[in-house]
Design a protein around this ligand. Structure first.
Ligand code: ADP
Ligand code: MG
Length: 451
């Protein structure tokens, strides 16, 4: 800003100087020419003067008095002095009094000089024919004052503008940045414990509102995921506590005194069952964890989803037969989707497992695949126990299971649907569960059709 203002002032000053001095210079030049002409022509005889040049030739000049009036007062602004080339004065104006105009050399030039407290614009007019220099000067004090005033005003203005903009900029930026201070203050205080608090949006400027909103969104997401992780850990500990205490109890009982071989066998079989349950739980948890951090290691390939469904059915055929549940699936058309086949199999094994587990004896499961423009949909309906509306919202949470009224044996760890949901999310698909208590459940998996 300083540079721009200064450059602007200098440019203005230069043009103002031209505007002020140009008429003066023209005036001086015409006066010099007139003087020279008078010298040359010697029009009137009432203003006579003579001079001899360097070679000793003598000249006589007559100058009309009528044309001399502007130089005749001692207060006049105009001065002239006619000199020979070596500087000797031939004639000078009355306005000069006893003074002489400064003379350095007989070169044609025009300049501004300080002289006896005056500002002179002075012209050396060289007449080569007569070997004289006509010096004409003008007291340009007023004009110099104008230029000086301009410089002063420009300087003061620049200083003022710089100062005002510095102060203004400081105030404005301070005000504009204060919400940022608030945000950083808040960010500094963020720890795992107080993630839930939001940064207030009030009187924040619009530009920052978007930032604050997305920041608050991020806080909410982090808060949710932290809480989830914490709950997950406490749930895991809880889930592991029961089997561990079962194992400890069984061991304690058999260790207390000598037992029969049968008793040992019974205890060990309980211990074995419990340990294998724990092993399954640990496997499931490992799978959950892997889904979180191994996303980029998955292999997404075009596969017929019906093949995967068929594989899942084959894996659980026994379980279904045991319970007398009919699995109805007819493989017809092919439906290609871009999925990681291993994890996708996990999805359908889990869903089918649920549909068998939570079915009635001799129930059925119908699987049906269809597609529209965008999605391939695998629909799995059972006529089992169903899920009530309020449970429906929670069943895909980790460790959530509806086991109060149902026998503990049938339910698993409540991780199946969370795993399913996670895998489908990774595939950018959708999971829709519809259910009516005692009527049955329909689970629909929406997967992006491969192009
Ligand atoms: N097809 C279904 N019919 C009835 N209830 C179901 C069905 N699928 C899931 N559920 C309910 O949802 C809960 C959560 O399922 P899931 O996460 O697979 O856990 P798990 O199978 O280990 O119990 C189950 O406990 C069950 O009550
Ligand atoms: Mg399950």
């Amino acid at each position: 800003m300083f540079i721009i203002l200064s450059a602007l002032s200098i440019a203005l000053f230069v043009s103002l100087k031209n505007i002020v001095y140009n008429p003066i210079d023209k005036n001086l030049l015409s006066k010099a020419e007139a003087l020279d002409a008078m010298v040359d022509e010697s029009i009137d005889s009432d203003f006579k003067f003579s001079f001899s040049d360097t070679k000793g030739n003598s000249f006589q000049f007559n100058v009309s008095k009528g044309r001399m009036w502007i130089y005749s007062s001692q207060y006049s602004k105009y001065f002239f002095q006619i000199r020979s080339f070596d500087g000797k004065t031939v004639k000078k104006s009355i306005s000069l009094g006893d003074n002489d105009l400064p003379f350095k050399h007989h070169l044609k030039k025009i300049e501004t000089i300080q002289w006896k407290g005056k500002i002179l614009r002075i012209l050396n007019y060289v007449d080569d024919k007569n070997k004289i220099v006509v010096q004409v000067a003008y007291n340009a004090k007023n004009e110099k004052d104008i230029l000086d005033n301009f410089m002063l005003i420009a300087f003061v203005l620049i200083i003022f503008v710089m100062f005002a903009s510095a102060v203004g900029g400081f105030i404005v930026s301070k005000k504009a940045l204060s919400p940022i201070d608030r945000i950083s203050e808040r960010i500094r205080k963020i720890t795992e414990e107080n993630l839930s608090g939001e940064i207030e949006l009030e009187n924040a400027p619009d530009e920052l509102k978007v930032l604050i909103e997305s920041f608050n969104d991020m806080l909410k997401r982090l808060d949710k995921s932290f809480k989830q992780k914490k709950r997950f850990i406490s749930d895991v500990s809880h889930e592991l506590k029961t089997p561990v205490s079962v194992i400890m109890m069984q061991s304690e009982i058999v260790l207390r005194k000598q037992r029969s071989a049968d008793e040992y066998k019974k205890a060990f079989s309980v211990i074995y069952d419990t340990a294998s349950m724990m092993s399954t739980l640990i496997e499931r948890m490992l799978l959950m964890a892997r889904l979180d951090y191994k996303r980029n290691k998955m292999k997404f390939e075009d596969v017929d989803i019906c093949d995967i469904v068929e594989n899942a059915i084959n894996l659980l055929k026994h379980k279904a037969e045991e319970k007398g549940v009919d699995v109805l699936f007819e493989k017809g058309d092919v439906f290609y989707v871009k999925v990681d086949a291993v994890t996708m199999l996990e999805v359908f094994v889990n869903l089918l497992d649920n549909a068998i587990k939570y079915n009635n004896k001799n129930g059925y499961i119908k699987i049906n695949v269809k597609s529209d423009e965008e999605w391939v949909v695998v629909e799995m309906s059972d006529n089992g126990v169903g899920i009530s509306e309020e449970e429906l919202e929670k069943i895909d949470e980790e460790f959530y299971r509806i086991d109060e009224s149902r026998s503990k044996k049938t339910t698993g760890f409540g991780l199946g649907l969370s795993i399913v949901k996670k895998i489908i999310e990774i595939h950018e698909g959708k999971l829709v569960i519809k259910s009516k208590v005692d009527k049955g459940t329909t689970v629909s998996v929406f997967l992006k059709k491969s192009s």
